[in-house]
Design a protein around this ligand. Structure first.
Ligand SMILES: C[S@@+](CC[C@H](N)C(=O)[O-])C[C@H]1O[C@@H](n2cnc3c(N)ncnc32)[C@H](O)[C@@H]1O
Length: 422
């Protein structure tokens, strides 16, 4: 069996260019167990951690666990926090890479035998699943694996690894397409569709291969993933972090609640669109779908936004004006106000949870809803200072799309690293 490359094997130049994307992680052991399009580069995170010589690394938007696993591979202790329960479960399952690969293979074999037994299968009620699986036999095979994993569940880490092996093949087994940002596209088809039972087996083999490859790192400090809100960081002790490496949601209307809709619909956790509502209420406000029933006065009157209030009010008014000319649906004005109120709360929570002299690296991009430029990195920098950090600077990594919702605007968008110290 060929060994997968370990972190740091990708050339330096390529590493720098891909800092802000998940692409290279698909070559790396453990990171590649689930493709989370919102993720960033594990090699880059590992380099930042190593160079800073940090012992305690915090990621308040931990997602699929990239920072925490990168910390483990370079000998630091990582804590990742994310409010999305499904994504948190994926990250937790990845942390089980220290388990015994031979046991995993044995358990997967038992699942396959159990899945082969005849018996009734309950199909998910979600119409999305019927649409995405026109081949009912393929769907039934996947569901039999789902049920076998549940019937054989004993409450240990192998249950979670088997669950992840299943969850990570659902898209590959459907002909439905996936948009760049992981939204499922039931009306677009892809050319290669995997066969469920062999895909499950191949997935478990890949996991086992990575677990063997990572064997020499078993004694590294163990990271932790918590399901919690970055605005409070409940569970992270005061003054704990000496390095923060993270990428928050951007103010770009991406709805994280929707990112794993196919997988959650398959598992029966959600049925229709409305079931995403409770999660949307918990997420940091970064999409118009998160704004239902929210009163912007909470932000516009908040003392937390004092450092940027004048500029924010001008952007808010302009967005509200454009909205009124367009039928009123896209509440970008509310989204921007909510985004910065949440961000201000997050800086205060991070200040509490970090040690004096902490280094922060925030991978972030700016935004231009309706073509109105929002200087995200500068406003975030100013809010960080007001929460008690000492200095900030922005290092651009790349230019981004200059179009926003098909409206061209003059200010080129950028993505990069906001470095903060304090
Ligand atoms: C850009 S992604 C981070 C991805 C991560 N760097 C990785 O490599 O997987 C942002 C994450 O923030 C999470 N998030 C949104 N609102 C949050 C909140 N209030 N508290 C904590 N996490 C939140 C989303 O669920 C999403 O996983």
């Amino acid at each position: 069996m060929t060994q997968p490359p370990l972190p740091m094997d990708v050339p330096q130049a390529k590493r720098a260019a891909n800092t802000t994307t998940f692409v290279d992680n698909m070559r790396l052991p453990v990171h590649r167990w689930f493709r989370y399009s919102a993720g960033f580069s594990a090699q880059w995170a590992g380099t930042v951690i190593e160079e800073s010589e940090a012992k305690h690394v915090l990621d308040p938007f931990g997602g699929s666990g990239t920072t925490v696993i990168a910390a483990e591979t370079v000998g630091a202790t990582g804590v990742g926090v994310d409010v999305h329960p499904f994504v948190t479960r994926i990250a937790k399952a990845k942390l089980a890479w220290r388990a015994d690969p031979d046991v995993l293979i044995k358990r997967a074999h038992e699942v396959r035998l159990e899945a082969g037994k005849a018996g009734p299968v309950t199909e998910p009620a979600s119409p999305l699943i019927a649409k995405c699986f026109p081949d009912r036999e393929a769907l039934l095979d996947l569901l039999r694996v789902r049920d076998a994993i549940e019937r054989l569940r004993v409450g240990d880490e192998y249950d979670e690894l088997l669950w992840l092996a299943l969850v990570s093949i659902i898209r590959a087994c459907s002909p439905a397409g996936t948009a760049q940002w992981q939204y499922v596209l039931p009306n677009k088809t892809k050319s290669r569709v995997a066969e469920p039972l062999s895909a499950f087996e191949a997935r478990v083999e890949l996991f086992a291969q990575d677990m063997w490859a990572m064997g020499s790192r078993r004694s590294a400090p163990e990271g932790q993933i918590m399901e919690a809100d970055a605005r409070t960081l409940e569970g992270v002790p005061d003054g704990w972090a000496d390095l923060i490496v993270t990428s928050p949601p951007y103010a770009n209307n991406f709805d994280y609640a929707d990112a794993t809709r196919l997988e959650q619909s398959f598992l029966g956790e959600i049925v229709g669109w409305g079931d995403l509502k409770p999660l949307r209420k918990k997420l940091m406000k970064s999409a118009t779908q998160h704004m239902g029933g929210w009163d912007p006065a909470e932000a516009l009157d908040s003392p937390l936004l004092e450092p940027i209030r004048k500029e924010l009010l001008a952007v808010f008014a302009e967005l509200a004006k454009i909205r009124s000319t367009k039928g009123g649906k896209k509440t970008y004005d509310l989204m921007v106000a909510g985004y910065f109120l949440d961000s201000a709360q997050i800086w205060h929570a991070l200040r509490r949870a970090s040690a004096p002299g902490v280094k922060v690296c925030y991978v972030v991009g700016d935004s231009a809803p309706y073509g109105v430029h929002v200087p995200v990195e500068r406003w975030l920098g100013e809010l960080a200072l007001s929460a008690g950090f000492n200095e900030w600077r922005f290092e651009k990594v790349r230019d981004r799309n200059t179009k926003w919702k098909n409206r061209k605007h003059d200010h080129p968008l950028q993505e990069g690293r906001l470095w903060i110290e304090g």
